[in-house]
Ligand binder design. Structure first.
Ligand SMILES: Nc1ncnc2c1ncn2[C@@H]1O[C@H](COP(=O)(O)OP(=O)(O)OP(=O)(O)O)[C@@H](O)[C@H]1O
Ligand SMILES: [Mg+2]
Length: 390
C-alpha cells in the first residue's frame, strides 16, 4: 500500500506531500489541482512502464509542466505588500515524483536535456536525473538500497555499494533496464508493484461506444480501459468472481432488474438487461448512458483480480445523483481488497463515501496559484525528504 505520495514542481503542485489510506477521496473546487494530481500519479506509473519521457513530451515538454510561479512566495508577497515576482533561485529545475509504500519507497527527478555537443532531434526530451529506492517512509542515505545519479546506478550489497552500471541511458528509468532478481530485487519488486496500478478514466458511452457492441469474449479478470470487454468481464465475475456482489450491486441501483450475458453461436458476447416493466431485455445498444456506465463501474470494481492500487477519475460523469450512493458502496467494498483513489466533485458521491469512517478525504484548494491540502500544517504533513534535496 502507498502510505505517502510526494510531488514537486509539477504544474500547480509546487510541493505537496499527501498521506494516503486504503480509501482516498480527492476533491476540491474547479482548478484546485485534482486533475494535476491524477496526471502526476499517472506519470509515476509510466516510469515503471517505460513511458514517462513519452508522456511528458505529449504534455508539451517537461518545461511546460514545471510550476509556473516563483520558487518561493515571500511573506510580503503573501500579504500583498509586494507583487508576485520571480525570486533569485539558483536551483536547477526538477520535476520530482515519489511515494513511500509499506515495503519500499521510490522517487524520481526529471529535468531538461542540457545542450548536446551534436545535432539531435531529441533535445526537448526530458532526462531522468536521479532515482532512489529506500526502505522506510523518509529517505535517509543509510536506508537507501538503490541509487541512480545520471548514468551511474549503485545497489547496496550488505554494507558495500556495488556499481550495477555506469551506462544507464538518461532517457530511461531504472525500471526499464534493471530487473535482475539477484542484484536488484527491489527494482523488480517495485516495478511489478507500480505496473499493477490500474487507472480508469472516462469510459465512452456514446451510441458507438465499444462497450455497447457484441464482442468476442474470453475470461476477463480485468476490465479494459475502453470497456470494450464489458460483457466478458461481467460473465467472468458471474462464473469465477463475486456473483452475489454483482447481483447486489445491480439490485442496489436498479431494483428488480436482472443482468445476463448472451453468447451467440459465433462466440459474440452481448449484454441483456431485464428491467422491471419491460417485456423483453434490452441489449447493450439500447441501454441508457448512465446504466451502461454503472455496469462499467460494477465490472471494474468487482474485478476478480484486484490491483495494488485502483485510481478512478470522476466516476460520477453521466450518472444520476440517485445512483451515486450505490456506486459509493461498490467503491467502499473494493477498498477492502485494494487501495482506492477516487477523484470526484459530486456531492452525493462525496457524502456517501465520507459516511465510511476510514475514508481519507483530501480537500484541495489553490492559494497563490499553488495547490494545497486544506487543514494540512507542519504537524500533520507526513515526513518526506527528496534524495537530491536533503
Ligand atoms: N505549469 C503550471 N504551473 C502552475 N500552475 C499550472 C500549470 N499548469 C496548469 N496550472 C494550473 O493548474 C490548474 C488546473 O488544475 P486541474 O486541472 O488539476 O484542476 P481540477 O481541480 O482538476 O479542476 P476541474 O474541477 O475544473 O477539473 C489551473 O488553475 C492552472 O492554472
Ligand atoms: Mg479536472
Amino acid at each position: 500500500m502507498i502510505e505517502t505520495l510526494a510531488i514537486s514542481n509539477y504544474r500547480s503542485l509546487q510541493n505537496i506531500v499527501i498521506p494516503l489510506a486504503n480509501l482516498n477521496l480527492i476533491t476540491g473546487a474547479n482548478g484546485s489541482g485534482k486533475s494535476n494530481l491524477y496526471k502526476a500519479l499517472r506519470l509515476l506509473a509510466e516510469t515503471a512502464r517505460g513511458g514517462v519521457v513519452n508522456s511528458l513530451a505529449k504534455e508539451g515538454g517537461i518545461e511546460s509542466t514545471f510550476w509556473a510561479g516563483p520558487a518561493k512566495i515571500s511573506r510580503a508577497m503573501r500579504q500583498g505588500e509586494q507583487d508576485i515576482q520571480a525570486t533569485n533561485s539558483q536551483a536547477v529545475k526538477r520535476l520530482r515524483l515519489g511515494f513511500a509504500a509499506s515495503e519500499f519507497s521510490y522517487s524520481v527527478s526529471l529535468g531538461v536535456t542540457p545542450p548536446l555537443p551534436y545535432p539531435s532531434a531529441f533535445e526537448l526530451d526530458p532526462e531522468v536525473k536521479r532515482e532512489s529506492i529506500w526502505q522506510g517512509s523518509k529517505y535517509r542515505p543509510a536506508s537507501a538500497l538503490v541509487e541512480r545519479t545520471d548514468c551511474l546506478v549503485k545497489a547496496r550489497d550488505k554494507r558495500q555499494w556495488q556499481v550495477i552500471t555506469q551506462h544507464m541511458p538518461m532517457f530511461e528509468s531504472i525500471f526499464t533496464q534493471l530487473a535482475d532478481p539477484q542484484h536488484t530485487p527491489e527494482v523488480l519488486n517495485l516495478r511489478e508493484f507500480i505496473k499493477n496500478w490500474r487507472f480508469y478514466d472516462h469510459f465512452r458511452t456514446d451510441s458507438e461506444a465499444p462497450a455497447r457492441l457484441p464482442q468476442l469474449g474470453t475470461r476477463t479478470t480485468v476490465l479494459g480501459h475502453d470497456g470494450s470487454d464489458l460483457a466478458a468481464a461481467l460473465q467472468t465475475i458471474i462464473e469465477i468472481g463475486d456473483e452475489q456482489g454483482l447481483e447486489e450491486a445491480i439490485e442496489d441501483a436498479f431494483p428488480g432488474a436482472r443482468l445476463t450475458i448472451q453468447v451467440s453461436d459465433n462466440g459474440l458476447f452481448n449484454i441483456e438487461f431485464n428491467q422491471h416493466g419491460l417485456l423483453r431485455p434490452l441489449t447493450g445498444k439500447e441501454l441508457s448512458d448512465g446504466t451502461l456506465r454503472y455496469l462499467l463501474w460494477v465490472a471494474a470494481l468487482l474485478t476478480p483480480r484486484p490491483p495494488s492500487l485502483m485510481v478512478i477519475n470522476e466516476p460520477e460523469t453521466s450518472l444520476h445523483p440517485e445512483l451515486l450512493p450505490a456506486l459509493a458502496r461498490l467503491i467502499i467494498k473494493a477498498s477492502q481488497a485494494t487501495q482506492v483513489w477516487v477523484v470526484s466533485h459530486a456531492p452525493a458521491l462525496i457524502d456517501a463515501l465520507e459516511q465510511q469512517a476510514e475514508c481519507n478525504t483530501i480537500r484541495l484548494r489553490k492559494q497563490f496559484g499553488q495547490t494545497e491540502i486544506e487543514g494540512q500544517d507542519l504537524l500533520n504533513t507526513p515526513p518526506w525528504a527528496w534524495p537530491d534535496l536533503r
